[in-house]
Write a protein that binds this ligand. Structure first.
Ligand code: PMP
Length: 329
């Protein structure tokens, strides 16, 4: 495609890149799917487009209507740009702990931004419940419901997985990524398993999430914490139901940041922390699968979204995290 007919046609069909440092560390081939190359600079543009099209097809979203969603930010950015391209309004509810860049981007896109204090899922003030209430109270509004709406994972079954399969020439031994809604891991996992049941699908979980224990021993139990935005799930969402997870890894923020730094300095890739955690998981999976194996992971979003946090020495020091040597001053 040389000329895309609309902006929405620019969502998906992202490049795949060989990651040299991680490949060397794992002793096999590690590839990153460049989801930061979507128009909204994250993997969530895909889910946003599928969710909006699904609501249109069901007739729940009418011309001039409003899309309401609770999000760590990236889904909101995806929804806002899809809504702008299609003439809808957006109301985005976000925990106030997320990066300032995401908030500024949402305001710039014209979304109505509602910030709420970070709260456990059981608390009625949690961003997901707040967004559901706002959708109910707003005339002509639909609730995108990315966590349980399986239009989300369909974007990855039909899009991301098929693209990876074609880009890898049908030769892939393993895939891994972390879960926020779980749409990516479940959708890519299902799509790749349909192509090759022998491909190993691994969940890479941050600390503070409950899925590592769930897939290891059936217990939804969280331990520790993470500053990574957009990942770390405490329940089996609708998108995670029946996800074909073969194995699981747990990765610390320190190890994720180590890869964020190396990919920036050695390969010129500026990424967010969930990408670093994914790459660390891919190295673990590559070591497990052995020499000659071919492993794919997701480079979820751009690091430009975290200049005030991950790339800010003061913020890193305040969190007790290692400062990038060339930023240490
Ligand atoms: N990384 C980032 C930065 C994200 O915003 C998200 C989405 N919440 C994810 C990873 C995880 O994607 P998914 O919701 O498909 O599990």
């Amino acid at each position: 495609m040389t000329i895309a007919p609309t902006t929405l046609d620019l969502i998906g069909n992202t490049p795949l890149v060989r990651l040299h440092g991680p490949s060397e560390a794992a002793g096999c081939d590690i590839y990153g799917k460049c989801e930061y190359a979507n128009p909204g600079a994250s993997v969530k543009d895909r889910a946003a487009l599928y969710i909006v099209r699904d609501a249109e097809e069901r007739g729940t979203l009418q011309p001039g209507g409003t899309i309401v969603e609770g999000t760590a930010g990236n889904t909101g950015i995806g929804l806002a740009l899809v809504a702008n391209a299609k003439g809808y309004k957006t109301i985005i509810v976000m925990p106030e702990t997320q990066s300032k860049e995401k908030m500024d981007t949402l305001r710039a896109l014209g979304a109505e931004l509602v910030l709420v204090p970070a709260a456990p899922y059981a608390n009625p003030g949690h961003f997901v419940h707040t967004s559901r209430r706002l959708a109910e109270e707003t005339t002509g509004a639909v609730w995108a419901q990315q966590f349980d709406n399986i239009a989300n994972r369909r974007a990855h079954i039909e899009g991301t997985a098929e693209e990876i399969w074609a880009q890898m020439d049908g030769r892939i031994d393993g895939f891994t990524c972390a879960a926020g809604t779980g749409g990516t891991i479940a959708g890519v996992g299902m799509g790749l398993k349909a192509r090759d049941p022998k491909a190993t699908i691994a969940l890479t979980d941050p600390h503070g999430a409950a899925l590592f224990n769930y897939y290891a021993n059936g217990e939804l139990k969280a331990e520790g914490s993470s500053v990574a935005e957009g990942i770390g799930q405490g329940r089996i969402t609708g998108n995670l139901e029946d996800a074909p997870i073969d194995t699981q890894f747990r990765i610390s923020d320190e190890v994720g940041l180590y890869w964020v730094q190396r990919l920036l300095k050695e390969e010129g890739l500026c990424l967010g922390l969930s990408s670093g955690i994914n790459v660390a998981g891919a190295v673990e999976l590559g070591r497990t699968l052995g020499p000659g194996s071919r492993v794919v992971t997701i480079l979820c979003d751009t690091g430009f979204r975290y200049l005030s946090t991950l790339y800010n020495p003061e913020w890193l020091r305040a969190k007790g995290l290692p400062v990038f040597p060339w930023l240490a001053g």
